[in-house]
Design a protein around this ligand. Structure first.
Ligand SMILES: Nc1ncnc2c1ncn2[C@@H]1O[C@H](COP(=O)(O)OP(=O)(O)OP(=O)(O)O)[C@@H](O)[C@H]1O
Ligand SMILES: [Mg+2]
Length: 303
């Protein structure tokens, strides 16, 4: 099996707090990077399996609810992504309820003194060269699953909502990161995404930036680009199994309202804020991909 050192392009989206935009960010980042021509693998490490709703494969009955991921980890066998070409250039390893069983199983092994933390890294390493970017979405409250993911991670991206309680979630994550550094010294915080912000709220943004710097020290700057508050397109995305830019494209191609009136049916509901939100994700994705390139070059030069 290839050594976990092969895992140079693994990016994990994490925050110890729930509902802060991890899955929306992970899926849209993966989908947009794939659209830009990167070969991308998305791994859903969450028993909720929400990525399957956002990308649509769960609605289409194609999810294995995390079974392949769990089997690869417990049998120490290479991961073979069960879903190929969910979009152009985008393969997926689905998550789901099987991961609940994994957490229990790992806890049992840990109690018996077995070493478990690199199991996922070892299962992922053999296929990592097939991809330019591997994006991992993580659950909010499963410490062992998070630890397995972080042990295989090069870059962490942390979405957080403005406000003290959300930002406090970063403290817990920072603790988890330092615990994992012993097993994985390559782990690095790439940046924090200010998520679900009112676009006009400059003061809130400034305060949030200051709070993040207080909690994480100089460890990472928040990304310049933020993700705005726009609930309607996010709900539409989860209901229809479409990424935000895919919903935005439907706004451009939306049929005129009179057409529905003429046909005697309800007009298509297309959230008007989708294009603006899509633009946020495009700018954020560009910034994240550019940051990875820049850090890789810095490290190369320092060698
Ligand atoms: N940009 C946004 N504006 C407004 N609401 C949003 C936005 N993005 C997400 N939400 C809301 O927050 C919910 C959680 O988003 P998401 O699933 O991405 O978070 P998460 O961190 O993955 O949650 P969990 O911890 O449960 O996995 C969404 O279902 C939606 O209701
Ligand atoms: Mg999630």
């Amino acid at each position: 099996m290839a050594p976990p050192d092969a895992l140079t392009r693994v990016l994990t989206v994490a925050n110890g707090k729930g509902g802060v935009g991890k899955s929306t960010t992970a899926c849209n980042l993966a989908g947009l990077a794939a659209l830009a021509g990167w070969r991308v693998l998305l791994i859903d490490f969450d028993p909720q399996g929400n990525d399957g709703h956002i990308l649509g494969y769960r609605w289409a009955g194609q999810s294995d609810d995390g079974r392949h991921l769990v089997n690869a980890i417990i049998n120490a066998s290479p991961i073979e992504p069960p879903l190929k070409a969910v979009r152009n250039n985008l393969d997926v390893v689905p998550g789901g309820e099987a991961l609940d069983e994994l957490e229990d199983l790992l806890a049992g092994r840990l109690k018996r003194g077995q070493v478990i933390h690199r199991l996922f890294a070892e299962a992922l390493a053999p296929i990592s060269d097939d991809y330019d970017l591997i994006v991992i979405d993580t659950p909010p409250t499963r410490p062992l699953l998070l630890r397995l993911a972080l042990a295989a991670t090069r870059w962490i991206v942390v979405p957080t909502r403005p406000g003290r309680t959300s930002i406090e979630g970063l403290r817990a994550l920072a603790g988890e990161m330092s615990a994992v550094r012993d097993i994985n010294p390559n782990l690095e915080l790439l940046g924090v995404v200010l998520y679900d912000v009112e676009t006009t709220a400059t003061v809130i943004r400034r305060n949030a930036r200051e709070d993040i710097e207080t909690v994480l020290g100089g460890a990472a700057q928040p990304f310049t680009h933020v993700v705005r508050h726009a609930l309607a397109p996010v709900c539409e995305s989860e209901e229809k199994g479409l990424l935000i830019h895919e919903i935005a494209e439907r706004v451009d191609n939306a049929e005129p309202y009179w057409k529905a009136l003429q046909d005697g049916r309800k007009p298509d509901r297309v959230p008007g804020s989708a294009p603006a939100l899509a633009e946020d994700f495009v700018l954020l994705t560009q910034e994240i991909l550019t940051s990875i390139d820049a850090r890789e070059q810095e490290l190369e030069t320092a060698r």
